[in-house]
Design a protein around this ligand. Sequence first.
Ligand SMILES: NC(=O)c1ccc[n+]([C@@H]2O[C@H](COP(=O)([O-])OP(=O)(O)OC[C@H]3O[C@@H](n4cnc5c(N)ncnc54)[C@H](O)[C@@H]3O)[C@@H](O)[C@H]2O)c1
Length: 254
Amino acid sequence: MDNKVVVITGGASGMGAAMATDFIQRGAKVAVFDLNSKKAALLEQSIGSQSFAYYQIDVTNKAAIETATQKVEQQFGKLTSWVNSAGVSKMVPFLESSEALWDKTIAVNLKATFLCCQVAITHMLVNGGGEILNMSSLSGKKPSSWQTVYCASKFGVQGLTQSIAKEFADQRIRVNSICPGIVPTEMWEDLKYQYAKKRSLQPDQVMDYFKKNIPMHRLVNIEDVINAAVFLLTDNSSYLTGQSINLVGGEWMD
Ligand SMILES: NC(=O)c1ccc[n+]([C@@H]2O[C@H](COP(=O)([O-])OP(=O)(O)OC[C@H]3O[C@@H](n4cnc5c(N)ncnc54)[C@H](O)[C@@H]3O)[C@@H](O)[C@H]2O)c1
């Protein structure tokens, strides 16, 4: 990934942090946009490279995204690639899902993806092209009880990805998504308690319960995510746009 200048939103934690670490090892320059400065500082320490930069911003704020992106270009050169990995998730019965939960989930998972794609594409058009990767989810394709709001946001990410891909396909800008099943990141620290409640399990039984129901009987490895992301952000996938890669061990095939 030499010559790549990549912004990763939500890159202080989980899949975003793993991608940041890996992309830098492959020669990229990576800027992380994330609210969590503590986690970002730990990541910066572990990466220990001048090819890493952190910007503490809320990705629902377009002006902040624009300013930070300009700074990234001043520091690292022309933006080539963008990963939208910032996200939030809660499992709540539909009738207990508050308006505040709706507003926050849609703002971070869907509106921020929309805003970041606008900023990224504005730069990529000037730069002669680029690749965008949106972190969707199996929940962007498969309905799930207690996850109405999250599913609505991720189904939205699918529509956004496909429509933007179509609009810019002839301008050397490719937009794709990844739809993982269960990736045991920090996101599951709280979610496993909520899922345990939904299924009347103990929290420490949750991951084994998932494994039993996945045809490959294992969860998503972070390497599965990295491999798909590297593929989608490089010329190995040069004829792919508006597509999604299901990382679900055979659980879903559309
Ligand atoms: N973990 C899974 O099982 C799973 C499965 C499918 C899809 N996903 C999606 O993949 C993406 C990454 O998930 P993860 O498991 O790495 O999550 P994570 O919780 O480990 O990381 C999410 C990051 O987003 C940041 N963030 C949240 N709101 C923000 C905001 N307003 N502005 C800036 N940063 C913000 C958080 O600070 C955090 O660092 C998310 O979009 C998630 O919905 C996760």
